[in-house]
Design a protein around this ligand. Structure first.
Ligand SMILES: *Cc1c(COP(=O)(O)O)cnc(C)c1O
Length: 368
C-alpha cells in the first residue's frame, strides 16, 4: 500500500492521500522575500501550471491563499464588473456555491438550475444565452464532486464562445487528472486547487487565466485579500511574490507534486490510472450489490456516488468505522434527494488499493 505513514488511505475528493515525498518536501522553512522561494519555486509552479493547461501562449496563472473556494470567490469577485451578468450552471453543491458567492458579493447573476443527476445540455445553455442578452460570463463546474458527474465542458464552452461570452470553469476536482486544453476549449478562467488531482496538500488554489481578459480586471474586486488581478499584478511585477503571507510549505510540497505528476507520465498517464481505479471500483462494488447513482457515461474518473444499502440496520457511520478500522476512509453522500455515500479514487491510490478496499467492503457488510 502506498499510504506509508498514514493509518488509513483517504478515498475522498481531497485533501487526499499524498506521497511520502510530497509531505517530506515541507520539512524546511522559506523566506517569502527570497529568490530561492519566489523565483525558484513560485514562478516555476506558475509556468508549469500554464503548460499543463494549454500548449498555446496567451495564458497566465495566479496562485491564491485559502481553500479552493477562496480561488473561486476571488475569480467570481474579480472578473465580473457591476455592468456584467453571470450565468451559473448549477447541477450540484459546487455550482450552487458559485451562485451563493455571486449573491454574497451582489454580482448580477442568473442560475440555470438542473437536477443533481442531470447533465447540462449545450442546447439549453444556448437557449438561455439567446434569451438573456445581458449575460456576459458563464460559470460551470467541470466535475461536480457532489455526485461525481463530469459535465460536458467542451460542448458548453463551445456554445459560450459562439456567443462571445467569457467562460469560467471550476475544474477543482478534475484539473491534473484529465487532459484539458483551455485555449482549444475556449476557457477564459480555469480554477483548481493544490489538494486535488495534482496531489499536493491543502492551502491554496490557482487560476489559469487568459491574459488579455485578466488585464482588464483592475479595480473590479469586491474584496482586498481575494483580488485576483492585484495578486496577479504583484506576482508579475515582483517575480512570484504573493501580496500577503503565502503558505510556503504547501507551495513547496506542490512543486514536488508537480515533479511527481511529470514522473508518472503527465496528465494523460494520471488520467489512465484514475480511470482504471474507478473502473475497478465500480466493478467490484457492483459485484457486491451496490448501485451507482449515475449511469456510467456520466461518471467522472475521480469520485463515485453509490446508493446506500436499503436494509434497515444499515448505518453510514458504522460502515464508515468498519472500513476505517481496515485502513480506508470513504466519504458521506452530498446528493439532496438520494441516500448515498461516495468513494474517491484520486491521490496516491492504485489498482491494488481499490482491490483491497472492495475486499474490506465485502467484510464490512454487517447489515446483510
Ligand atoms: C473541492 C472543490 C471545491 C473547493 O472546495 P474547498 O473545500 O474550498 O477546497 C470547489 N469546487 C469543486 C468542484 C470541488 O470539488
Amino acid at each position: 500500500m502506498s499510504s506509508n505513514n498514514n493509518p488509513y488511505l483517504l478515498l475522498t475528493p481531497g485533501p487526499l492521500s499524498t506521497s511520502h515525498t510530497v509531505r517530506e518536501a515541507m520539512l524546511r522553512d522559506w523566506c517569502t522575500w527570497d529568490d530561492d522561494y519566489n523565483l525558484g519555486v513560485v514562478q516555476v509552479i506558475r509556468s508549469r501550471l500554464v503548460r499543463l493547461a494549454t500548449t498555446s501562449s496567451g495564458y497566465t496563472s495566479v496562485l491564491m491563499q485559502g481553500s479552493g473556494t477562496a480561488a473561486v470567490e476571488a475569480t467570481i469577485g474579480s472578473v465580473i464588473p457591476d455592468t456584467g451578468k453571470l450565468l451559473v450552471i448549477n447541477n450540484g453543491a459546487y455550482g450552487a456555491r458559485i451562485a451563493e458567492i455571486a449573491r454574497y458579493l451582489n454580482i448580477p447573476h442568473t442560475v440555470l438550475a438542473l437536477k443533481e443527476t442531470e447533465a447540462p445540455s449545450p442546447e439549453v445553455v444556448n437557449e438561455r444565452l439567446q434569451r438573456d442578452q445581458a449575460i456576459t460570463h458563464v460559470a460551470m463546474v467541470h466535475c461536480e464532486t457532489t455526485t461525481g458527474m463530469i459535465n460536458p465542458l467542451e460542448a458548453v464552452a463551445g456554445v459560450v464562445k459562439q456567443h462571445g461570452k467569457i467562460m469560467i470553469a471550476d475544474a477543482m476536482s478534475s484539473f491534473g487528472g484529465i487532459p484539458i486544453d483551455v485555449d482549444k476549449l475556449g476557457i477564459d478562467y480555469l480554477i483548481s486547487s493544490a489538494n486535488k488531482c495534482i496531489q499536493g496538500v491543502p492551502g491554496f488554489g490557482f487560476v489559469i487565466a487568459r491574459e488579455e481578459q485578466l488585464v482588464q480586471c483592475k479595480g473590479i474586486a469586491r474584496s482586498l485579500s481575494l483580488d485576483l488581478y492585484a495578486q496577479w499584478r504583484c506576482m508579475e511585477d515582483n517575480h512570484g511574490k504573493w501580496r500577503f503571507t503565502s503558505p510556503t510549505h504547501t507551495v513547496r510540497a506542490f512543486y514536488q507534486a508537480l515533479d511527481e505528476l511529470e514522473k508518472e507520465g503527465g496528465i494523460e498517464a494520471r488520467y489512465q490510472r484514475y480511470k482504471n481505479n474507478q473502473r475497478y471500483l465500480v466493478k467490484g462494488m457492483s459485484e457486491l450489490g451496490f448501485n451507482c447513482l449515475l449511469s456510467y457515461k456520466l461518471h467522472s474518473p475521480f469520485i463515485t456516488s453509490f446508493y446506500s444499502p436499503e436494509q434497515k440496520n444499515y448505518d453510514f457511520h458504522c460502515f464508515y468505522n468498519a472500513l476505517k478500522e481496515k485502513g480506508f476512509v470513504i466519504y458521506p453522500g452530498k446528493v439532496s434527494d438520494a441516500d448515498c455515500f461516495r468513494v474517491g479514487n484520486i491521490g496516491e491510490v492504485y489498482e491494488q488499493d481499490i482491490m483491497a478496499l472492495v475486499h474490506a467492503v465485502s467484510e464490512s457488510m454487517y447489515w446483510k
